[in-house]
Design a protein around this ligand. Structure first.
Ligand code: SF4
Length: 221
């Protein structure tokens, strides 16, 4: 069945896009793709990634600039009451949950010396830190090979036929199974660029996509 002009569902057999070709095209198209969250150390990266849920990197970077004017380092955050942090980030969605997660993570880190761990598993034990956040922090703050499967990555690997649904853990595993570890961090940044600029959730622009010839366009109407 052709993808064009017909609805494709997740239950139909789907020929997955060849990973090596996808990897090469993404690397050639967005060689400069990088994390757009502004952070100067692992703690700032952790705060920024917690703040990034359901908002844009631009909004997060504005919030980080405000936070950096008032707070320096994990100790300062651990000393806060959650209600003191909330006004500084209240323009962000889920600001109460984010303030609680940040303060609780800071306190947990202070109990073990204050350093942010580099391992994904250790990061994921912090309060309010899920596996996706842990992967993004480990990758971008420490260079640990990791797949931070955000909403763009989940959607794109599904449309490429690498998964049968949009799911963070399945997307992470699908990329890890197909792409060399040395490319995990960068292919996520490149997928995010693809997702923002071309493979949007609504009306993906397949006609101008560099992956169009190899992508089965799973789930695209
Ligand atoms: S824009 Fe279309 S062709 Fe490109 S990755 Fe998305 S679904 Fe595939």
């Amino acid at each position: 069945m052709s993808a064009a002009g017909s609805r494709i569902t997740a239950t139909e057999p789907m020929r997955a896009a060849p990973a090596a070709t996808v990897d090469r095209i993404l690397a050639e198209t967005w060689p400069d793709a990088a994390c757009e969250l502004q952070a100067t150390d692992p703690w700032q990266m952790l705060v920024a990634v917690i703040l990034s849920a359901r908002t844009t990197d631009i909004q997060v970077n504005k919030a980080m600039a405000v936070l950096n004017e008032h707070l320096l380092g994990v100790y300062a955050y651990a000393e806060l009451d959650q209600r003191e942090l909330e006004p500084l980030i209240r323009h962000l969605p889920l600001f109460r949950q984010k303030a609680r997660a940040i303060v609780e993570a800071a306190r947990a880190l202070m109990r073990t010396g204050g350093g942010v761990p580099a391992s994904i598993d250790a990061l994921a034990t912090l309060p309010g830190v899920g596996r996706k956040t842990a992967c993004v922090v480990a990758g971008n703050a420490f260079g640990v090979p990791a797949v931070g499967a955000d909403t763009h990555v989940q959607r794109i690997v599904y449309r490429l036929g690498w998964t049968t649904r949009e799911h963070p853990l399945e997307a992470e595993r699908a990329v890890m199974a197909r792409v060399p570890p040395g490319r995990w961090i960068q292919i996520c940044h490149q997928s995010i660029r693809l997702g923002r600029e071309i493979c949007r959730r609504i009306k993906p622009r397949c006609d101008r996509c560099p992956l169009a010839k190899v992508c089965p366009k799973q789930g695209v109407e």
